[in-house]
Design a binder for this molecule. Sequence first.
Ligand code: ASP
Length: 444
Amino acid sequence: MDASAPDSARPGRFSKFGLTTWIFIGLLAGILFGVLCNLMLDAESGLFQVGVNGICFVLGRGFVRLMQMLVVPLVFASIVCGAAALGSGTMLGRIGGAAIVLYLFSTLLAVCLALLLGQLVAPGVGLDLGAITQLEVKPAASSTLAETFLNIIPANVVNAMSTGAMLQIIVAAMILGYVIGSLGDEVRTVRQFFTEFNTIMMRMVLFVFAFAPLGVFCLTAHTFANTGLAALVPLAKYASGTLLALALQLALVYSLLLVLIARLNPQRFFRKMLPVLGFAFSTSSSNATIPLTMETLERKIGASPRITSFTIPLGATINMDGTAIMQGMAVVFTAQAFGVNLEFSDYLTVILTATMASIGTAGVPGVGLITLSMVFASIHLPMEGIAMIMGIDRLIDMTRTAVNVTGDAVVTCCVAQRNGLLDRAVFDAEDAPAAPLATLPVPQ
Ligand code: ASP
């Protein structure tokens, strides 16, 4: 996978600033412009109606629709490719199975943590976006527990795609990918097709992200022109709630897994992992961090290369606990901001979809926001919520990526310990000097 980010794409295109900076500028300019409109213009005036509720609304919504356009093909192609790679490997035995189960389990815990904390922080309370957005907020259709589970199985794949039934799409993609993988060379052309299609989708993400500064400007201007400064506090609560949930995932969930399953001292583990966390934080890319994660696990923590060479690239592809946390908190934020009442079955759907979205999220910057729309779609939340948080996503992306890679490392240690592939002497020893970066393997 191309580890280049939307951010680093096409250098020079955004003159001396990167795309992230432009998105941030779009956010600040949108807030400023919106607040000024709120203070200086009458909401009934022609200028307000044409400028804010006309131009800003149409351009902002247009950008949101562009993002939505990507979701189904992006997730489908990414999951088919991931599952095909697994099906063909000989490692899909005991070690692979255990790693996948633990990856899914840790992601499940991560979403639950975010949803719980979301209830406490209540990030969207006090922000009435439903009143200012000219779209109908469809309440999620409530269903029984049995229906929720049955709805995961697609009766008609084409229908699932056209209605954006994400869990069904994911199940279909996983089965297709698995079968493609198990048929091996017999279906080389189809496999190649999906790999290339996946590459095209990643490029389309870059294309759409090029409009993000303008889209974010229009959406925030529209919101702040209608709400005034009232929207700032909920946004700050969303950011701090997410960061807190990410910290708890590190301090509680991972520490427990390390103590109970890997039988490692969490303090020593995190000390040795610090450079990896720093690298993931600064690049916002699990993929780009793969070499350093593997090197640290092998040379400083004592995990065998036989296990890291498989579980780390796999984790960077399918395990995104930090991303799932952001998605859980974003669901609570948006539901509260739009006054959508979520039922128990909706929470269940969010837990399942966010866990699956983690598999469909590529380990490069920003993709978690795209797969967030599939979580929103699964319970009919309006996509405007994503645009609201997009402007402040970079810091959260950096932090959640650090959590994503830590999750990969923790699960690797657990599986290594259970299979006798963890050298405790290496873990207990003081740090070995790091290998020069030039000798590290390059992620694909
Ligand atoms: N940047 C994240 C990663 O590479 C993915 C995301 O949540 O956007 O792990």
